[in-house]
Design a protein around this ligand. Structure first.
Ligand SMILES: [Zn+2]
Ligand SMILES: [Zn+2]
Length: 341
């Protein structure tokens, strides 16, 4: 089989790999679609992983082989599958922080999503795999994992229907969050970005205000529109740590800043008095957990998301380098990129 294997920065090779063999509690799937996540791009261009790693974790495909002990799936089933499984028994799991479980990151698909065939280990078969309805496309199925991550983010904050929301960063994740906020009956939805194409798309996906933070003063604009109150929820979906300072100026009394992007380990100044005086909260959210997948597939079934507008590019597995270049090029009109076999 073929797989797109990461060797070094800008060096992903389309190479032959043996088709994985499966154990009795495992299944083998033929990948049909795998989303290119921001974290894949981050790892590929930032030397974030070991050479010979196969990236990709937003997977959908068709089952081509089933282990003897697997009862709930059969050959031909169309499925989505995510890459990390918590143990459900450790101290983090006991407290509901499943993505912080020590087992979480040790579990993975074999060899990874950007591969023609993928071995799904027993734990994943049990906890992170699910069927895709016949009428749903594999591309839509590949959105289960990123949607689940965004649901996990909303679960982490004290969200109330009617809340105003500011999403900083209108990329592939910001676009999912706009639509979830709308589905959860948000009040005004604000989006900020520096990319005119993304700002335009975010309005079409349901944002009420799209603010170009290069040409407009974000804090001033938010304060004008909200009569000086600020927004109840600020979600940072761009990996720029300095946004935290700005977010703290945009959030209302009693509001929450949700950090939904990897930051550099910079020291960022924030107005410290706001915690006690205004009961402002800063919350972090990483990845998703098995309970989020059920909600994600239901939301996708109910057409909460405008998938056609969100998926802007498709590349075959043999062109993963090109796909990554495209996805982080400021010149491209790009949101979600899907890799096909
Ligand atoms: Zn992802
Ligand atoms: Zn655990």
């Amino acid at each position: 089989m073929k797989a797109a294997v990461y060797f070094d920065k800008g060096d992903i090779r389309y190479v032959d790999r043996p088709i994985p063999t499966i154990d009795d509690d495992e299944v083998l799937i033929k990948m049909q679609a795998c989303g290119l996540c921001g974290t894949d791009i981050h790892k590929a261009i930032g030397r974030g992983v070991e050479p010979e790693t196969v990236l990709g974790h937003e997977v959908s495909g068709e089952i081509v082989k089933v282990g003897r002990q697997v009862e709930s799936y059969e050959v031909g089933d169309r499925v989505f599958v995510a890459h990390h499984v918590p143990c459900f028994t450790c101290d983090q799991c006991r407290r509901g922080a499943y993505s912080l479980c020590p087992q979480f990151k040790q579990t993975n698909l074999d060899p990874g999503g950007f591969s023609e065939y993928i071995r799904v280990p027993g734990l994943h078969v049990k906890h992170t795999m699910g069927k895709i309805p016949n009428e749903m496309s594999f591309e839509t199925g590949a959105l289960v994992e990123p949607v689940a991550c965004c649901i996990h983010g909303f679960e982490s904050i004290n969200y109330h229907p009617g809340d105003s929301v500011l999403i900083m960063g209108a990329g592939q994740i910001g676009c999912i969050q706009i639509q979830i906020a709308k589905y959860l009956m948000a009040g005004n939805i604000f989006v900020s970005d520096i990319n005119p194409y993304r700002l335009k798309q975010s309005l079409e996906l349901g944002a009420d205000y799209a603010i170009d933070s290069r040409s407009e003063d974000l804090v001033e604009k938010i304060m004008n529109i909200t009569n000086g109150k600020g927004v109840n929820t600020v979600i940072i979906s761009a990996g720029i740590s300095s946004l935290l300072s700005q977010a703290m100026e945009c959030v209302s009394r009693g509001g929450t800043v949700l950090v939904f992007a990897p930051f550099q380990n910079h020291l960022v100044p924030i107005p410290a008095a706001r915690f006690f005086n205004d009961e402002v909260k800063i919350v972090g959210s990483y990845s998703s957990n098995p309970y989020n997948y059920t909600v994600a597939i239901e939301m996708l079934k109910k057409n909460v998301f405008n998938v056609n507008k969100m998926i802007t590019h498709r590349f075959p597995l043999s062109q993963l380098n090109e796909a990554i270049d495209c996805a982080h090029s400021p010149e491209e009109q790009v949101l979600k990129v899907i890799i096909t076999p």
